[in-house]
Design a protein around this ligand. Structure first.
Ligand code: GNR
Ligand code: NI
Length: 170
């Protein structure tokens, strides 16, 4: 297993669309493990492959409560096959937009179809933080960041802060 470096906006790879995996084979399963390790090392609740420079449709999420055991979920080719009409705001952050947070309005519940780490087709019903996180990660596979859901003014304000912070720490 390995902790991989995470790309920060405005890296061009974060704007690109990721390609489906043909199947979850040993290579993809091992990469999913690296993604889980990277997510935990960064204290994230999710991670999408493009964030580590890989343009394949692979995400990992874990929204377990603080006092509960870890519960990583590995998903390849995730697709939202149902979204609730009901939408609501949730404060989001992103490891590729470090230390910036803003409310994003999304459907409060979704059903996701995907291939798991054994290449088995599964469906997952999610609400709350898990639903938000899955939508945030699937956005990454389409080159979309949470700031793209905000007004141009808010988006530019956040992206400028990130660039300034990056330059200061470079
Ligand atoms: O760690 C993360 N926290 C988070 C909080 C609210 C909504 C979405 C997220 S995902 C984020 C990790 C990340 O950047 N995944 O792409
Ligand atoms: Ni993110």
């Amino acid at each position: 297993m390995a902790v991989l470096p995470i790309l920060v906006a405005p890296h061009p790879v974060l704007k690109q669309k990721a390609k489906p995996v043909a199947a979850v084979d040993a290579r993809v399963a091992a990469f999913m493990n690296d993604m889980v390790e990277t997510m935990y090392a960064a204290n994230g609740i999710g991670l999408a492959a493009p964030q580590v420079g890989v343009l394949e449709r692979i995400i990992v999420v874990d929204v377990h409560e603080k006092d509960q055991p870890r519960n990583p979920i590995r998903l390849a080719n995730p697709e939202i096959i149902w979204s609730s009409e009901d939408k609501g705001p949730c404060e989001e952050g992103c490891l590729s937009v470090p230390e910036q947070y803003a409310d994003v309005i999304r459907p409060v519940a979704v059903r996701v179809r995907y291939l798991d780490e054994t290449n088995t087709r599964r469906e997952l019903d999610a609400d709350g933080m898990l639903a938000t996180c899955l939508q945030h990660e699937i956005d990454h596979l389409n080159g979309v960041l949470f700031v793209d859901h905000l007004s141009l003014l808010k988006r530019n304000m956040i992206l400028r802060k990130v660039q300034k912070q990056q330059k200061a720490s470079a």
